[in-house]
Each structure stands twice: as structure tokens, then as C-alpha cells.
Write a protein that binds this ligand. Structure first.
Ligand code: ADP
Length: 191
């Protein structure tokens, strides 16, 4: 399975990506997690990304695209992958197409987790208390949601035009959302 998980911050992409990864035996690749690991480890990449992340802005495409290209060149993506948090704007989507073309593979599906903006804001504020992520303050959350609406949401139309988009209601119990995703993925492979 080669899939993209789309959806606003706080829609539960990370949680669901981990579950789908286990179920289908493909790695979940979260650009946010890779960036956070680099920030935590104090690497050059982390230093480049940190300010943007703390502001809730996108890390520049040149940095992000190079990182994803490197990740997709690793051996464990042979059976597929689940991208969580990438692409996040139209230029990244074009870049991803080029990378996949070079690898000689195609996307199977783009799963969009839909979520109510008020609900995701509340979830993110709750997560701020538990995990203390530097970008989970109210102002930064608002900005991340704006960036999503402006830069990332247009991707749904892009992938819908290619017949790849499946929308899944991301509200409700975590298990229920997982079941909806699994049903959507399984219905793809049934002839
Ligand atoms: P969320 O979806 O909750 O905002 P992520 O962990 O996906 O959280 O992303 C956290 C931050 O990492 C983003 O606000 C952004 O600064 C950076 N980031 C992650 N993915 C990308 C990407 N594809 N392009 C640019 N920046 C990214």
C-alpha cells in the first residue's frame, strides 16, 4: 500500500498512521516526527527546522523535500508506505510525484481524515497540556490551522481530480475511525 494521510492538525493522523502501519506492514513516515527527532537531537536539519515549527509555519520545501526523498530511498519502503504530514502544499505534491516516478511506483490512495476545526483546536490544546509540544500554544495552533486551510487543503482537490481521494470522518472513537480507514483501504484492493 502506498498512501497519503491528509487532514488538519489534530485530526488524528499520527495515531491512525501507526495503526495502519502495523496492520498493513508498511512504515508510517511522519515528516513532523522526523523533524522533531532532529530538533531533539540537535542536528543541522533540526536547527534549520526548529524556528519554522515553533511558529507553526511550514519548513521550507527545499529542506522538507530533500528529507522525504532520502527517507523514500530506504529499503523498508519496498512494500509501500504511509505518508503522514507530507505533502503539505501543491509544490510538495508535484515533488512527490517526481520522487515516485523515479522509484517507478504509484500512489494507491489519499485518505483524508476530516475533522471539525473547533474539535481539533480543543484536541490540540489538550495535547499541549499532556505532551508539552512547543507548537501547541493557542496562537501557534491557530496559525497551523490557517496554513492547513491555505496550503494543504487545496491538495484534496488535486488528488480528487486524479481519482485517488477517499474522505473518512475523523470524528468519534479512535477505533471507529481506524475501522473506517481499514474498510476504505480494503475496498480498494477488492476487484
Ligand atoms: P500537525 O499536523 O499536528 O501540525 P506535524 O507533526 O505533522 O503536526 O507537523 C509539525 C510541524 O512540522 C509543522 O507545523 C511544520 O512546521 C513541520 N512540518 C511537518 N511536515 C511538514 C511538511 N511536509 N512541510 C513543511 N513543514 C512540515
Amino acid at each position: 500500500m502506498r498512501a497519503i494521510l491528509l487532514g488538519p492538525p489534530g485530526a488524528g493522523k499520527g495515531t491512525q498512521a501507526a495503526r495502519l502501519s502495523e496492520r498493513y506492514g508498511v512504515p508510517a513516515i511522519s515528516t513532523g516526527d522526523i523533524f522533531r527527532a532532529n530538533v531533539g537531537g540537535g542536528t543541522g536539519l533540526g536547527l534549520q527546522a526548529k524556528e519554522y515549527m515553533n511558529a507553526g509555519a511550514l519548513v521550507p520545501d527545499s529542506i522538507t523535500n530533500a528529507m522525504v526523498k532520502d527517507r523514500l530511498s530506504q529499503d523498508d519502503v519496498g512494500n509501500g508506505f504511509l505518508l503522514d504530514g507530507y505533502p503539505r502544499n501543491p509544490d510538495q505534491a508535484v515533488e512527490l510525484d517526481l520522487m515516485l516516478g523515479d522509484l517507478g511506483v504509484k500512489l494507491d490512495v489519499v485518505l483524508e481524515l476530516t475533522a471539525d476545526f473547533d474539535e481539533v483546536t480543543q484536541r490540540l490544546l489538550g495535547r499541549a497540556l499532556k505532551e508539552g509540544r512547543a507548537d501547541d500554544t493557542e496562537d501557534v495552533i491557530r496559525h497551523r490551522l490557517e496554513v492547513y486551510a491555505e496550503s494543504t487543503a487545496p491538495l484534496t482537490a488535486f488528488y480528487e481530480g486524479r481519482g485517488l481521494l477517499v474522505q473518512i470522518d475523523g470524528m468519534g472513537e479512535i477505533d471507529d475511525v481506524t475501522e473506517r480507514l481499514v474498510a476504505a483501504v480494503n475496498s480498494l484492493s477488492t476487484p
